[in-house]
Ligand binder design. Structure first.
Ligand code: ADP
Ligand code: MG
Length: 582
């Protein structure tokens, strides 16, 4: 039976359009953030529950929507950003299709609350599965709040195709951190199930946003790019050749403030690094291209993540040139860790504290303002470690294949070899973190299979694992191939270390990225450290003590257990009942 041709009811048309615009919770977040930015908001708060399936709420302090336009805002093809077709060729706003609110409203329970500064009263409008309810009035502060509940409640197919909560949350985090980079003057806050998981200061300092996204230490290393000619301005930051990733995800480009994905731009960037970084590694970039609006077509993709340039070749050459120039002008910072290698047996322990603190004063400020300094040892812990540093030790030997005995300035030290080694590995990782951890290519790459939920975790933590020196890549459903491992772990089974890295991770719901990295490091070090019961050669014993001496906090393992027990000469004398002169 053939059906007659008919114009689709508005509700169905919206749902079809929604299919293009709203693929997953993060697409909603993207559209709502873009609306807030178009409304010139400088504070945007995003509240997420259950990975966006239960709630996505975006609160802004922007211009708001005039009361009489509230109904229009949720209509399809209703926009305040375009007047005629010609405008389409000089779009300066992020939105212009007039589709987002209508589309989102057709697949969720949407509430729009808004007030413009000069009106006394705000409006509230609800849309349920495309059905618009009558507007209500209420007193609210200026700005707009969009609340999206029960996303895809009426599109079970979409709901079914959503990934795990972790993955959907990661997509949301990615979107927000990207807009954070593009808008350093805007103060972003992201809450996931009541936890504040990301925030930027809105100070306008791009490096601060880099620090929020990549950690203070990576942010500090990033190289500034500035280049301008008649048709193209390129600015932003790129990573030095020593700071790389094993995937392309962190090569970020913005064209006229709009995040875009363009393989050709990525190629221009990687080519500029040619011979500077290893094959299979990719730089981090946050590059802003400014092109005259009429020289770029932004209307080539429903989610507007692709653009078309009038003169592609020229743009790519310009990007390559700008990056190459910045790289050439960059002088590498001296490697702090060579100092450790130069230390001799019995010599004074190197003072890492001074080296660590040799930073631009502006950065010290930044570290202090960070609520949670990721790795840089804070001033306080440096002071503590000065008092609690390891004594210079003379090795005597190993007992029970578990403890090392050493003589120190004031008596006898019993060292737990496992705990000590854990501490050493941990600090070596910490000192090298942010992509500088040397890795060793495995002669035979190893394929490891995971359960679906663990596979998800591995997938989610790939950026961190890469940063720690693991070259791991997805190899098929639930399986991953390990191509290289951190040099520090070369004596441990790659499979066991990778498993250890993601073990128990699901326990913490939405840990901060930085804490997570530290946790993964601690876990990996535990796995990789020498075990109790392992016989060590005299050289290995010496090495262990030497390395322990150069630790910042040699007296405890990363989990806080002691690495050594001290039997003072006084105590020995007391135990032996000696009282007189020695
Ligand atoms: P578009 O952004 O493409 O114009 P949307 O459906 O996203 O389409 O939004 C429709 C209209 O609603 C916008 O053009 C704008 O006038 C208004 N609007 C939406 N969100 C906001 C907001 N956060 N602040 C002010 N106005 C908004
Ligand atoms: Mg929009």
């Amino acid at each position: 039976m053939v059906m007659p041709i008919q114009i689709l009811p508005e509700e169905v048309a919206s749902q079809i359009a929604a299919g293009e615009v709203v693929e997953r919770p993060s697409s909603v977040v993207k559209e709502l953030i873009e609306n807030a930015l178009d409304a010139a908001a400088d504070q945007i708060t995003i509240i997420i529950r259950e990975a966006g399936k239960r709630l996505i709420e975006v609160v802004d302090n922007g211009e708001g929507i005039p009361n009489i336009e509230m109904e229009l805002a949720v209509q399809r093809h209703a926009t305040s950003k375009l007047k005629n077709a010609a405008d389409l060729f000089r779009v300066s706003t992020l939105g212009f299709r007039g589709e987002a609110l209508a589309s989102i409203g057709s697949v969720s329970h949407l509430t729009l609350l808004s007030r413009v500064q000069k009106e006394d009263i705000g409006g509230l409008i609800r849309v349920e599965g495309g059905e618009v309810h009558p507007k209500e009035s209420l007193g609210i502060p200026p700005g707009t709040t969009v609340r999206v509940e029960h996303l895809f409640y009426n599109v079970p197919a979409r709901l079914k195709f959503l990934k795990t909560d972790r993955t959907e949350k990661r997509h949301i985090n990615d979107v927000i951190s990207r807009y954070g980079l593009a808008n350093p003057k805007v103060r972003f806050k992201l809450f996931q199930d009541d936890d504040l998981v990301y925030q930027t200061s809105g100070s306008g300092n791009l490096r601060e946003v880099l620090a929020a996204n990549y950690g203070v230490s990576s942010a500090r290393q990033m190289i500034e790019v500035i280049s301008e000619d008649d048709n193209l301005k390129v600015s932003g930051y790129i990573s030095p050749p020593g700071l790389t990733r094993s995937n392309r995800k962190e090569m970020q480009f913005f064209v006229n403030q709009r995040p875009v994905q363009d393989p050709a731009l990525s190629k221009a960037l990687t080519q500029a690094y040619h011979t500077l970084i290893m094959k299979g590694r990719y730089p981090i970039s946050v590059l802003f291209l400014e092109v005259a609006a009429e020289r770029v077509d932004v209307n080539v993709h429903p989610t507007k993540s692709e653009v078309r340039f009038e003169d592609k070749g020229e743009i790519f050459k310009g990007v390559g040139r700008a990056v190459r120039r910045a790289l050439l002008a960059h002088t590498p910072v001296p490697d702090v860790d060579n100092i450790r290698g130069a230390q001799l047996w019995g010599g004074p322990a190197p003072d890492h504290r001074h080296v660590k603190r040799q930073v631009d004063p502006a950065w010290t400020m930044l570290e202090k303002t960070q609520e949670d300094v990721p790795f840089g040892f804070s001033q306080d812990s440096a002071q503590i470690s000065a008092e609690l540093g390891a004594p210079i030790l003379r090795l005597i030997g190993q007992v029970a294949a578990t403890y090392l005995i050493a003589e120190g300035p004031d008596g006898l030290y019993l060292i737990d070899q496992h705990a000590a080694h854990e501490r050493i590995l941990f600090e070596q990782f910490m000192a090298n973190q942010s992509g500088n951890i040397p890795s060793q290519v495995l002669l035979d790459s190893v394929v490891v299979d995971f359960s679906p939920s663990s596979a998800d975790l591995v997938q989610e933590n790939l950026p961190i694992l890469n940063q720690l020196g693991f070259d791991v890549e997805e190899f098929g459903p639930g399986s991953f191939v390990i191509r290289s491992v951190p040099v520090l772990l070369i004596n441990t089974s790659p499979e066991a270390t990778l498993r250890a890295a993601v073990e128990d991770l699901e326990v913490d719901e939405t840990p901060l990225e930085k804490n997570k990295e530290e946790k993964i490091i601690a876990r990996v070090c535990k796995k990789a450290a020498v075990k109790a019961g392992q016989v060590l050669s005299p050289d290995e014993q010496k090495r262990l003590i030497l390395d322990l001496e150069s630790c910042q906090s040699p007296r405890t393992c990363p989990h806080g257990r002691p690495t050594m027990i001290h039997l003072s000469v006084d105590l020995l004398e007391q135990k032996f009942g000696r009282t007189g002169p020695r």
